[in-house]
Design a protein around this ligand. Sequence first.
Ligand SMILES: [Mg+2]
Length: 244
Amino acid sequence: MFGSVPACERLFLFDIDGTLLSAGGAPRRAFRQALLDHFGTEGDAANNDFSGKTDPQIVYELMRAAGFTDGHIGDRLQGLFDDYLAGLAIELETETRHYLFPGVAELIPALANDPRVVLGLVTGNVEQGARLKLDHFGLWDAFEIGAFGSDDHGRDQLPAIAIERAEAKTGRRFRGAAVVVVGDTPADIQCARAVGAVAVAVATGNPSRQTLADCEPDMLLDSMADWPQWLADLGLEMNLSERR
Ligand SMILES: [Mg+2]
């Protein structure tokens, strides 16, 4: 299916929440408290499914619905995220329900150590939020580049930013099917389409497998547990015997 792409070059762009890990209730608690502190209301945060959205997008959606103008929201955004990040750091310290999804603890180091691969992030998290969540599992340093909710409110813009950063950092230009976007929501699949990337959907997050299947990703996984197999299916055979 992906035979036209040279087997030796891939840019992987991973989503975080629902894809690599669950941060438990920590992000949502910190987010709701920051909304309360800066707007006096959390709006309908209790019933909002944050998955697939960028952090600023969530704020705008919730606070527009609560009656705030975009001007008001924009004025308070930086202060809100400063407090969100401070709260998130504290909440992650005490969170007990956070975990990496199956295969992730082995997959990410394997890709990071593979000279054929540039490893990156495309996530709706603001950059420092992404760092806090991944640092908690010792994974932040595995990623060479990333595009974040703090770069653009629209997820569809993020893969192109990540591709630019990969080129600036490594001198390697990745295009089309040499770019693999891995995520757990229809929004991840859609943002992959925006740059003609391969869309790998993994059904470890909130959206059901059927919801993802309806979006027709290039590859649909129950989890990333069998990562050597699906990497091979992408044309990236891992020499595991050498590694062990
Ligand atoms: Mg996600």
